[in-house]
Write a new protein. Structure first.
Length: 76
């Protein structure tokens, strides 16, 4: 019999699927939102490294959060 997942356990397929679906929804939402922007803003988004900068900052923030969470979690 499967044991219930504790608070510190690894995520299952359901959680991974929900997170992947949310990521796809965010990317599609951003693409749709960009299509409604004025031409000047679209030029800024598509012809500058703005998306790369946002990805670098977001990845850094996420890694910082993960490292802080791991440091706060006591060893078992």
């Amino acid at each position: 019999m499967a044991e219930p997942r504790g608070a510190g356990g690894q995520p299952g397929w359901r959680e991974v699927g929900l997170l992947a679906g949310a990521a796809v929804a965010v990317v599609l939402g951003a693409a749709i939102a960009t299509s409604f922007m004025p031409d000047g803003v679209q030029q800024l988004v598509f012809h500058t490294p703005l998306a790369i900068a946002i990805l670098i900052v977001g990845t850094g923030w996420l890694l910082w959060r993960i490292s802080r969470h791991s440091a706060d979690t006591p060893d078992r």
